[in-house]
Design a protein around this ligand. Sequence first.
Ligand code: TNX
Length: 485
Amino acid sequence: MGVIPAPMEVRPAPGQDFRLGPDTAIFTEPGSAEARRIGEYLAALLRPATGYPIPVTDENTATITLRLGGGGLGPEGYRLTTNVDGVSVRADAPAGLFAGVQTLRQLLPADIESPALVAREWTVPGGAIADRPRFPYRGAMLDLARHFHTLDEIKAFVDQIAAYKVNHLHLHLTDDQGWRIEILSWPKLTAGDGGSGVDGAGGGYLTQAEYAELVAYAAERYVTVVPEIDMPGHTNAAQVAYPELNGGIAATPRTDTAVGYSSLRGGDEVTYAFVEDVVRELAALTPGPYLHVGGDEADATPDGDYRTFMRRIIPIVERHGKKVLGWHEIAKADPPASVVPQFWGSAGTHPEVAAAATRGARVLMSPSNRAYLDMKYTPDTPLGLDWAGYIEVRDAYEWDPAAQIEGVGEAHVLGVEAPLWSETMRTLADVETMTYPRLPAIAEVGWSAVDRRDWESFRHRVAAHAPRWTLRGTAFHRSPQIPWE
Ligand code: TNX
């Protein structure tokens, strides 16, 4: 059984395989529009390759049943039982049903991903699965600032990550090169396409309508969008558009990849008027709980200013109803325990992050030598950077989020996130090549219990996903560590 991430408990029942047929239908409970929508999502996955009509019905005669209640495995947990008569998925909440549907999809032959009819048998192996995640937050990040990615590309990325039970999409919306989200009260931010990308590549930005469309699309796949406005550093693009954010001196557009030279001014009131407006508009468009304020590599911000700045903007974000996420430097500002530091260092001693955890904060783990999707696999990977090292698939797989920082254990970890910085990523194929097969590895790090994780098992399971990626048109890196078929 090749399911990724590995489920908590699997009990095979030989001789109890279920075979889909022209009569297969999906039952969802009357009265739950969300369950119904998940049923339709599953039917849409199954119809093209099987050619079966697969109606979604509230009549109890269907062979695939999606039921809410009685799962007992938390908001994302589910039970999936298969016997000769059918498949039943039970969960306490819709997110769990959706997770169970992704497991069912992976239990079917890889051909199920074919957009065209495949004449073959469609069997689901008999047995019972009980599953729930180890950590509530499993995420991926796309950097839209260094190279913009379009709404359609981001949607395709969401479709792919949701298959691995990744439930957060962090969007790095602003940086020195570009500003990629429309802000109505500061319209010049996105005039001129929000600035060009690295090396003068075409710019682009999401209108508020597009952003809202993306948020809704992701929500239907149980993916929460986490928007990031990076500040006080990484703000050159905003300071090109509005010289008043730069002490009245227009900044020069930048298309190089240097970091750490720009900063909002912690002593200027216009800074906070700007943050208030941006946060207000973005919070109103974002139903998810988090707003990421960046805070990384603020080398051009004096320490005192950094502290002042963070201590003023954290309450602004909270007043607009959002929890603050920030790159782990935010811990330097002694933020309240509600603030989530996102750790991007490497394993070891990190006193400020550990102190935040001791005060009650939870930490999001993105160790750059494990989880960074923009690091090269090996020295000859054409795309990517190497400042945090090379990350082969095994490196992305064999680490424990609860053993990265001294003093930050299981209870302090919110989850894991794999950031993909896009200095070198232009196309969706570039993004995918760096993401697969490492994101499935990190998804398993975040979802599966420690005793379910095993590299030998993973490398064989992930090999079996290559035909799925090929059928869906998803690019991937043929790492020599994986026994591709
Ligand atoms: C560091 S890691 C950055 C980004 C770069 C990235 C490239 C972090 C929080 N900031 O500005 O894009 O390296 O790998």
